[in-house]
Structure formats: C-alpha cells, structure tokens
Ligand binder design. Structure first.
Ligand code: SAH
Length: 265
C-alpha cells in the first residue's frame, strides 16, 4: 500500500542510497532490506543482482539505469534528474548501488547533486565487493603477520584526471599494505608493469570475478603472472584483483597447487 498523501506531503523529499552488497542477497544489511521494502521507486545499477530485488514490493517501479538496463549507458545527469523528480513527487526513492554506495560508486556525486536541490539523502552501507571477494577466498585482508592495512584503489583512470601512479602505489604496498583493486581488468597491462617496479614478481595475487554469486570464479597467481592468468582463465569484469602477502596463507591451505611457493623459490 502506498503512503497516505498527507504523510508524503509532511515528509521532506528523500532519496536513500542503498548498498546492495556484492551480489548474494544474504549479504544485504537488515537496514537495506527495510529500505528496499519501503521503496515505491527503485533506480537500480547493473551490478545489483536480481536476487536483491525480491525484497521490492510488487507495486514498486523498478528503473534499471545501468549499461545493461536498456539505455546503452544511462547518463549520470539523467539518473540525477529522475531521482530528484521522483523524490519531489513524494515517492520513496531508493537508489540501489552494487557493494557500498560510497566505494567507487559515484554515491558521493549523487549525494551532492540531491542535497544541492534540497533533497534529503540517507545512505545505507553495503558490503563492498573487495571485502566479499577476499573473504570468499578465506584470506584475512589485514592479517597482522602480513599487513599494516589495506588500500582500496580503482584501476579506472578518470578521463579528466592524472592516471594513477602505479610505481608509487607499489612502493607504498611494499611497506606492508594489501591492495584491493577495483575496475582493474581493463588496465591489467599498465597495472602489472607499474606494480612490478616496486613489488616482487612473486607477490601473491588473486582475481575474483562475480564474488559471492553462484557464478563466482577466481584464480590464485602472482603479480608477474597477472595478464597471463587473466587470459588463461578467461576472467573478466566485474572482478577485483587482490595483491599482497595476506594471500600466502591460502598457499598453505591448498599446498598441492600453490602458485606462490613456486614463484617464491
Ligand atoms: N560500489 C561497488 C563498486 C563499484 S565499481 C562496491 O562497493 O563493491 C565496479 C567494480 O566493482 C567492478 O568493476 C569490480 O571491480 C567490482 N565489483 C563489483 N561487484 C563485484 C563482484 N560481485 N565481484 C567482483 N568484483 C565486483
């Protein structure tokens, strides 16, 4: 049932940016499920899995705004306008974004746009793909024997900005930081060459595609074998690439075919 008109009028126009998590609907937060259930309009990104939408009301209007959604690539200003118009009409608008809305999801830009127009913005965290991918391998991202911390980084350079300085990042990672690289597959050649200037070729690496979904695929390899592994295994987007010694434990756990012991020798 829709909200009463007077209740809608009394509510300030609001959009809720909801993290849909990496794919497995069981990884949604309770807060996310509640927001999806309440929504009368949902704007849904490509990387949001179908299973997550089972929590939406039948009466809700679901608008797919990703590249696979209908429009070849829905421009960001169209999404912004649509969110704004629906919120101003009193609809309960949920913007569903893969993973966490504030990790490489343009959630920040959408929030600024809405707030500038006087719309209230609520944000519900989601489990970001890098966390789900690493956990699915059984690797602790910040195992204290191996890492001081973790760096989430995008391999996708902004067209209007300076490209990422991979050698500099490698030098930082060499101090004991795990790298979790989003959108890195298309840049694998630059990424591999750049990181090799500051990290050994035998540094453990994992590629995880479709983390947390039934079609998840992964490969364990080493930094010097990144491109070769992508090609050999036929892995592609969406995938995260994890680099660092926290993956070494996996070698021990599956000693039979460990790529790390061979590379370290
Ligand atoms: N906000 C999202 C990230 C959006 S950027 C989050 O927090 O997860 C899109 C990139 O995220 C993809 O190119 C890929 O690198 C990664 N990604 C998203 N979902 C993924 C999944 N299920 N498995 C592996 N990588 C994923």
């Amino acid at each position: 049932m829709n909200a009463l008109p007077e209740a809608a009028a009394a509510r300030r126009p609001t959009v809720t940016l909801v993290g849909a998590g990496p794919g497995d609907p069981e990884l949604l937060t309770v807060k996310a499920v509640k927001a999806i259930r309440r929504a009368s309009v949902l704007l849904v990104d490509d990387l949001v899995s179908e299973g997550v939408l089972r929590y939406a009301r039948r009466s809700a209007r679901v608008v797919r705004v990703g590249k696979r959604g209908g429009c070849s690539s829905t421009p960001q200003d169209f999404i912004g306008r649509l969110m704004l118009n629906e919120a101003l009409k009193g609809e309960r608008v949920v913007r569903l974004k893969g993973g966490d809305p504030f990790i490489f999801g343009r959630g920040g830009e959408e929030q600024e746009h809405l707030r500038a127009a006087g719309v209230e913005v609520e944000v519900v965290n989601g489990i970001t793909a890098g966390l789900a991918a690493t956990t699915s391998l059984g690797a602790p991202l910040t195992h204290r024997d191996h890492a001081h911390g973790v760096i989430f980084v995008t391999g996708h350079a902004r067209s209007d900005g300076a490209p990422l300085d991979w050698p500099q990042l490698a030098a930082t990672a060499a101090q004991g930081f795990t790298l979790v690289i989003y959108m890195g597959v298309a840049q694998a050649a630059q990424l591999e060459a750049g990181l090799l200037s500051g990290l050994p070729a035998g540094t453990p690496l994992a590629i995880v595609q479709h983390a947390s979904l039934p079609g998840q695929r992964q490969a364990l390899s080493t930094l010097g074998q990144l491109q070769a592994t992508l090609e050999r295994e036929g892995l592609g987007s969406p995938a995260v690439i994890i680099v660092g010694d926290v993956l070494r434990g996996l070698a021990a756990a599956s000693a039979a075919a460990s790529p790390f012991s061979a590379a370290a020798a």
